[in-house]
Ligand binder design. Structure first.
Ligand SMILES: NC(=O)c1ccc[n+]([C@@H]2O[C@H](COP(=O)([O-])OP(=O)(O)OC[C@H]3O[C@@H](n4cnc5c(N)ncnc54)[C@H](OP(=O)(O)O)[C@@H]3O)[C@@H](O)[C@H]2O)c1
Length: 294
């Protein structure tokens, strides 16, 4: 009953391994398993007698995807397609992570799973193509979970960047016209592990696409203000910098970002009993870990 985790060196991958508890779970990093290599994937599934695969591997460098599209497509489309084909051959389910960036962010409210996709850049397009490949190979045996604004104690993310620049500058300018729900990598891992365990214990898999994002919806500016205040309270920042709100247009990036990244998580609660996680709790845990290890 081994759960095989791919991309185990990433933010969510590391949390899956750390939170496995008593479960039989094996995490393979990119160096240990390239998800786009069909022979290596087949050998890993058979060799480790995998009962279920959780794919936490991806190309997540959104801006670099614009200049290195082949690499992004390889990780975000070819990899999931390869994993899904191998899981179909082995008769086992695949849990796969995707992103709010499949949407263009023009909708007025939170996106439901049924909302029309319209990716704005190469990253979002390649992730959407990966989703489609998973659905095609495993129509009744997949779980696609779209998450947004992922952060946690392990790996690079917005919280880590804010702490670094907050320690260096008196004034930090942060985008205030993009809305989303920062999602704690630990909460994503817990949700996936709970669904996996229930399924491996005999619960039928409610195959399909789900949204999971942190609550409440905020902006990068709002998130940064909370990060600085919490880090200051935790003793990780000597003083809080002034956080100046700016428009996305004042901070142009190679890949455009959706203005609205908020995801409606109702389906996840109703079908799988999992609540959208409050991001403040994840932020506190992240800072606690950094405090203990700094
Ligand atoms: N980060 C976010 O803000 C965010 C937002 C929305 C959705 N998501 C989605 O959430 C999931 C997890 O994201 P994350 O933040 O944990 O990502 P991450 O920290 O960037 O980790 C991704 C991992 O995948 C590995 N990888 C890349 N190509 C691979 C390949 N061909 N075979 C095996 N491993 C490969 C990477 O290895 P290297 O480091 O060696 O390249 C890295 O360890 C992804 O599906 C991502 O698209 C993330």
């Amino acid at each position: 009953m081994t759960i095989l985790v791919t991309g185990a060196g990433g933010q969510v991958g590391q949390e899956l391994v750390r939170r496995a508890g008593q479960r039989a779970l094996l995490g393979l990093s990119r160096a240990q398993l390239d998800i786009a290599d069909i022979n290596a994937v087949r050998a890993a599934l058979a060799g480790h007698r995998a009962s279920l695969v959780i794919n936490a591997a991806a190309w997540t460098a959104v801006d670099r995807a614009e200049t290195e599209p082949e690499a992004a497509w390889r990780a975000n489309h070819d990899g999931p397609a390869t994993l899904a084909a191998a899981c179909a051959e082995a008769g086992i389910p695949l849990f796969h992570l995707s992103t709010d960036y499949v949407f263009d962010g023009r909708a007025p409210g939170a996106y439901a799973e049924t909302a029309e996709v319209a990716p704005l850049g190469v990253y979002g397009m390649s992730k959407w193509a990966g989703e489609q490949a998973v659905r095609a190979h495993l129509p009744e045996r997949h779980l696609i979970v779209r998450v947004a604004w992922v952060f946690g104690a392990y790996g690079g993310n917005f919280v880590r960047t804010m702490l670094r620049i907050g320690g260096e500058r008196d004034v930090v300018r942060v985008v205030a016209d993009q809305y989303g729900g920062p999602t704690y990598a630990g909460a994503i891992a817990d949700a996936l592990l709970s669904i996996a365990s229930r399924h491996l214990a005999g619960e039928p898999l409610a195959s399909g696409t789900y949204h999971l994002c942190g609550t409440p919806v905020t902006t990068w500016h709002g998130f940064a203000q909370t990060i600085f205040a919490a880090a200051h309270r935790a003793g990780l920042l000597a003083r809080t910098p002034l956080v100046q709100p700016i428009l996305s247009s004042a901070y142009p990036l190679p890949a455009p970002r959706p203005a609205n990244s908020s995801l409606d998580c109702t389906r996840l609660r109703e079908r799988l009993g999992i609540e959208a996680p409050p991001w403040m709790a994840g932020l506190s845990e992240t800072l606690d870990i950094w405090k203990r290890t700094s």
